[in-house]
Design a protein around this ligand. Structure first.
Ligand code: AMP
Length: 308
């Protein structure tokens, strides 16, 4: 069983979509990553921080799925990170209305001893200095260090983000953010520029239009499954990252071919995440549903063609 170390926000989210709105539900990058990764045969731990206002019931949801939360600090008297977002009618564009860092502003991450030799480290969306501090505490170079980030950190902590990106193997980022990071419109050119910053692999997420994996001259594309129900895209990117990282931690194979499979597993899990508000769908997900949808993925992407 592989070890997966996860860093990212554990949060309260308030979400507004054309289909409804919620007040302060369970969210955060590390939460979505952990829930997705728990579908694989991995030992995972979350390094993060919450305030005293964070309900025990939410912590139990994580431990029930065998996620080690001994490094999830609870700050006495503190308030949990809060994010509020609103989606436009097409669900592809979203506006951040509130980002309250709260306890995240003064967080010093401590990696548990048992996870200092993790095979895979998933640095979820968080302050890049915290992501770097986690890398610096590792006692062995992991097989893969994967990093996810977003425009908020590009806007506010550009230099720190550039620094941490030097130390990673895989950058997962959405198309808009890849363009912001590189000032390139073409995603092929953007990926090449990102290689120059450090990572050997780049995954560009394109929401309902799938995901691209780049490595040297090679490109792989996985579509997103066309869905009947899309309710709330929040956490789809993190669920993708959790599925990607979880699969890689569970399998002892660093080939490009295996990275392609990881992209498919990530896309498959993300397709469930968007069907209900927040983490709701991921919490009710069964193995059989995951397997059935993988079959659908295979069908969607396979074809026979005669080539001369
Ligand atoms: P995604 O939809 O995959 O991009 O991720 C949405 C999740 O990211 C939500 O659950 C938020 O709590 C979390 N989030 C939003 N803004 C930030 C931020 N600036 N840093 C870290 N996590 C964030």
């Amino acid at each position: 069983m592989g070890k997966l170390l996860i860093v990212g926000t554990v949060a309260f989210d308030a979400i507004e979509t054309p289909f409804g709105k919620t007040d302060k539900i369970l969210g955060g990058a590390a939460t979505f990553i952990g829930l997705a990764a728990s579908q694989f045969d991995v030992d995972s731990a979350i390094v993060s921080v919450v305030g005293e206002d964070f309900p025990q019931e939410y912590l139990d949801l994580l431990t029930d799925r065998n996620i080690d939360i001994s490094a999830l600090e609870i700050v006495k008297g503190g308030k949990t990170f809060f994010w509020k977002g609103k989606y436009q009618n097409d669900l592809n564009s979203r506006e951040t209305l509130i980002t309250d860092l709260n306890v995240l502003a003064n967080f010093n991450p401590v990696v548990p001893d048992d996870f200092k030799d993790a095979e895979v480290v998933m640095l979820g969306n968080l302050h890049p200095s915290i992501q770097l501090s986690v890398i610096n505490q590792l006692k062995k170079r992991p097989r893969r260090i994967i990093l996810d980030t977003m425009n908020f950190w590009m806007d506010n902590t550009w230099d720190e983000l550039q620094e941490v990106i030097k130390h990673i193997d895989v950058l997962t980022i959405n198309d808009e953010e890849a363009r912001q990071l590189t000032q390139e419109y073409s995603l092929v050119k953007a990926a090449q520029k990102i290689y120059g910053m450090g990572p050997k692999y780049v995954v560009i997420k394109k929401g309902e239009h799938g995901a691209l994996l780049f490595h040297k001259e090679q490109i792989f594309f996985a579509p997103a499954l066309p869905l009947e129900e899309v309710f709330d895209p929040t956490g789809a990117g993190d669920t993708f990252a959790g599925g990607f990282a979880g699969y890689l931690a569970a399998s002892d194979d660093s080939s490009f071919n295996n990275m392609k499979k990881a992209v498919i597993h990530g896309s498959n899990l993300a397709s469930f995440s968007v069907e209900k508000f927040g983490t709701e769908r991921m919490l009710s997900l069964e193995h059989k549903e995951i397997k059935d949808r993988l079959h659908q993925f295979k069908k969607l992407t396979q074809f026979d063609i005669e080539l001369q």
